[in-house]
Ligand binder design. Structure first.
Ligand code: URA
Length: 257
């Protein structure tokens, strides 16, 4: 993607960047200038994302609570009719996920909100629009090469956090989606998704600093801010851009952890 187009996306995201015109690469979209301008402390900056693998970062391979179909058609049908927890009583419909079934990047959010519950697709509200811009800034989209899913497939009433038993009831669906997609990289958006995927109770600030792996396939996992949080805390967008550059680099390297 050319630098001018990227700058357009970043501007739409609310990130105003200085670009070195002599170096039009992704890396030339410079974080140091950005950090100075946006007065962002460096304790969670890009350089702190190290490819470390710790006990916390490796998701335990656990047996699913329920058997779920191992093919796409069966899995979609099982999610559609799921009555695995009480969220089925208040949902309008389930929100399975969206994107190509062979996507190289998988993005995992928390759970549907009101807009998603109404239309059956994840991330279609304001946070979704920001997510689409974030993905576009690294040349990605849900139409072409990103599968977007949530850790719970039904809307928690009042947009509260999903409860542990709801997360647990939905876990086999997400596990099976990941197995079917076999992405090169998973990006967890926000604390709830990150803690669930990584079977950890560490804070987001800590999880965001490391590269993790998920499951037997040791799929690399990066953790970044939820777009809804970025809408509330726009100053964190600089760090989120650092994370996106890391995502782009990892995908370009094509390497699994
Ligand atoms: N927030 C999420 O985590 N997921 C959605 O689908 C929408 C908003």
């Amino acid at each position: 993607m050319d630098a001018a187009k990227r700058q357009q996306y970043l501007k739409a995201m609310g990130i105003d960047l200085w670009i070195d015109r002599n170096k039009a690469s992704l890396d030339a979209v410079a974080s140091p200038t950005l950090q100075t301008r946006m007065d962002v402390s460096d304790h969670e900056s890009e350089s702190s994302i190290a490819p470390a693998e710790s006990a916390v970062s490796v998701a335990a391979a656990r047996a699913p609570l329920i058997d779920v179909p191992t093919d796409w058609t069966g899995l979609r049908a099982a999610v559609k009719d799921c009555k695995g927890c009480s969220l089925c009583e208040t949902r309008t419909q389930t929100v399975f996920g969206v994107g190509p079934e062979d996507a190289t990047l998988m993005v995992v959010g928390e759970g549907p909100g009101a807009d998603e519950d109404a239309c059956g697709e994840p991330f279609v509200g304001r946070a979704g629009k920001l997510l689409d811009l974030m993905l576009a800034s690294i040349g990605r989209s849900r139409l072409k090469n990103v599968f977007i899913a949530n850790v719970v497939k039904c809307r928690p009433p009042g947009n509260r956090d999903p409860q542990p038993r709801e997360l647990e009831a939905c876990r086999p669906y997400l596990e099976q989606q990941i197995k079917l997609i076999e992405p090169d990289l998973i990006v967890a958006l926000g604390r709830v998704a990150a803690q669930r995927l990584l079977a950890s109770d560490a804070p987001l600030s800590q999880l965001r600093k490391e590269k993790h792996v998920y499951g037997d396939a040791k799929t690399p996992v990066l953790v970044t801010y939820h777009p809804a949080y970025l809408l509330r805390s726009p100053r964190e967008k600089a760090k989120s851009w650092a994370d996106l550059k890391q995502v782009s680099r990892l995908l370009a390297s094509g390497s699994k952890a």
